[in-house]
Design a protein around this ligand. Structure first.
Ligand code: ATP
Length: 573
């Protein structure tokens, strides 16, 4: 199946030279809910804005619904955008705010013969509803009129017909009595035939929906603004979905944050477009409301059969809302997968640390012969196959780094390679190179470049990146020759703690320093061989601070990460 959105090698370089997005590739299927997640500055908003047409695409291709869309104006992309700031007009009430996009834009409508449509609608009503029902709804419509409501709207909704049809129905029945049932149907059918003859004489053809057809039998469309009734219909329908009916007359200042956000969503819904783009729409709401709105947005997405791209820095939001998550760091995609898969199979250190609460435990250890050693007193045995897999991993990794180092000066891709490697590390990497310093250094140099000597500063930044690549390549060479450090990832729920008294088998003795109760779970903090760990255990676990317990770590519960590249070392079982 052709994806609804296809993004190929998308890149963004801002006019000041800052590269915000590198080589972004993603296919999104119709009706998917995709979340772009990552820390501030990782390029998620820039990516969304390029899809929205609010930011020029520097390189790469964007296809929306099969159409090449790089240069398509935003207003023609059939998208609705919801921002973090609700961007409501303070002087307009809720109705007017939701209606706003409909009042400013023109839409494509089939050209309809209203007279014919009205008679056909009346005929449909007379044949499908019994007279007492019709009379009852007409009376209800009159009551609405006297209560200040719109009786025609009421009838058109009740009978699911056009406004013109509802008007004709009322006028016909006002001038007839209930005994004339069959006579009325004949009368209306006669009117339909007359109108069809008239159209025929004028050389016009219509289809069963009373839409005009051209000589080839295709529906004729016109581009026009909606009339006030069409707008009303859309706004009321959106208000019903979002539970905003009672607030339509209120000004934004008379609404809560959640209600304001719902109005912003309403404004997106009325546009009736297939693609929703949302940029941190919930970050102005308090925690409780955020949780409710999360569920509402997902329900809304399903109800209106939309395709949604949602940007957030909040990994819980990503995990709970997404069909698929795109994790980003420093302008690079780190992993694209279903939430469960991302959690259970993170592809690198960055993803492992970014996804999950409490955060994954990362232990520093080393590989020596067939053992993973953690501190001086604890080790996990490796099978021969796993040991070989680690050796192969390092041989391949060294080759890859070496190739990029050799072609660094001549190949742009090798310059980006090291940036990609840095992006996959945790924010403060455990290896020798302090990336935060790299960033500060790079930012400083970028500023200098703008102010003084552009090219010189660029060269210096690249010199620095090359130095990192050089250092990492040298380190990997050493790792290939034997024992080396390793990072061990252990999710808090996989930390197994057992009572010392009851357990005589192999394990390490640790002492909890802090125990936090979080409803049905305990977060147990303790030190293990110089690593600060957190275990997540059921709240009925018998455990005390300052009392020894036994820690067990199984090879099947851990992830191994290379400290130089941040990459996960996979084992094929
Ligand atoms: P946040 O959550 O803070 O909005 P983000 O992940 O959405 O962050 P972007 O806003 O896409 O990130 O920014 C990505 C990078 O591009 C950042 O380093 C940012 O400083 C830079 N950037 C964004 N807009 C511009 C601009 N107009 N000119 C230059 N650089 C920009």
């Amino acid at each position: 199946m052709e994806p609804f959105i296809k993004i190929v090698n998308l890149e963004k370089v801002y006019p000041n030279g800052a590269k915000a997005v590198y080589n972004f590739n993603l296919d999104i299927n119709k009706n998917e809910f995709v979340v772009l997640v990552g820390p501030s500055g990782c390029g998620k908003t820039t990516t969304l804005r390029m899809i929205a047409g609010l930011e020029d695409i520097t390189k790469g291709d964007l296809y929306i619904n099969g159409e090449y869309s790089n240069y398509k104006p935003s207003k023609d992309r059939k998208i609705a955008i919801v921002f973090q700031s609700y961007a409501l007009y303070p002087q307009m009430n809720v109705f007017e705010n939701i209606a706003f996009p409909l009042t400013v834009n023109k839409y494509r409508f089939p050209v309809v013969d209203k007279k014919l449509l009205a008679y056909r609608d009346v005929s449909k009503v007379l044949q499908s509803f019994d007279t007492p029902y019709i009379e009852q709804y007409l009376k209800e419509a009159e009551d609405k009129k006297y209560a200040g409501g719109d009786s025609i709207l009421y009838l058109s909704k009740r009978f699911d017909i056009s406004r013109a049809g509802a008007k004709e129905l009322r006028s016909l029945l006002d001038h007839s009595d209930s005994e004339q049932g069959q006579h009325l149907i004949d009368f209306v059918n006669e009117k339909i035939s007359e109108r069809l003859k008239e159209l025929n004489a004028e050389g016009k053809t219509v289809n069963e929906f009373s839409e005009y057809l051209d000589a080839d039998g295709n529906v004729i469309y016109e581009s026009r603004k909606m009339d006030k009734y069409e707008i009303q219909d859309k706004v009321f329908a959106a208000a019903e979905i979002l539970d905003l009916g009672p607030y339509l007359n209120r000004l934004p200042k008379q609404l809560s944050g959640g209600q304001m956000q719902r109005v912003a969503l309403g404004r997106a819904i009325v546009k009736d477009v297939p693609l929703f783009l949302m940029d941190e729409p919930l970050s102005n709401l308090d925690a409780r409301l955020r949780v409710n709105m999360r569920a509402e947005i997902v329900k809304l997405h399903k109800r209106i059969n939309a395709t949604t791209i949602y940007v957030t820095h909040d990994q819980t939001e990503a995990m709970t809302m997404a069909d698929r998550i795109v994790v980003m760091s420093k302008g690079f995609i780190q992993q694209i997968d279903k939430p469960k898969e991302i959690y259970e199979n993170p592809s690198n250190l960055f993803v492992a640390k970014f996804i999950g609460t409490p955060s994954i435990n990362i232990l520093e250890g080393s590989i020596r012969d067939n053992l993973i050693e953690i501190g001086h007193n604890f080790c996990i045995e490796l099978t021969k196959e796993r040991k070989e897999a680690i050796e192969k991993f390092y041989c391949d990794l060294y080759d890859e780094f070496k190739q990029h180092l050799d072609s660094y000066d001549s190949d742009e891709r090798s310059k980006e390679f090291i940036l990609h490697v840095i992006s996959a590390m945790e924010e403060k990497p455990a290896n020798s190179v302090d990336i935060s310093k790299t960033n500060k250094f790079r930012n400083l140099l970028r500023m200098l470049r703008r102010l003084f000597a552009k090219d010189k500063a660029k060269d210096k930044t690249e010199d620095y990146d090359k130095k990192i690549l050089q250092e990492k390549t040298n380190t990997l060479k050493e790792y290939c020759n034997g024992g080396h450090p390793i990072l061990i990832g252990l999710r808090p729920e996989n930390v197994r703690l057992e009572d010392v008294a009851e357990d005589n088998s192999h394990g390490a003795s640790v002492t909890p320093s802090l125990i936090e109760l979080l409803g049905s779970e305990l977060y147990v903090h303790f030190d293990f061989e110089g690593n600060e760990l957190i275990a997540k255990v059921p709240s009925d676990t018998q455990i005390d601070t300052n009392k020894q317990i036994k820690l067990k770590i199984s090879i099947n519960d851990i992830f191994l990460f290379d400290p130089v590249s941040g990459r996960r070392i996979y084992f094929i079982e």
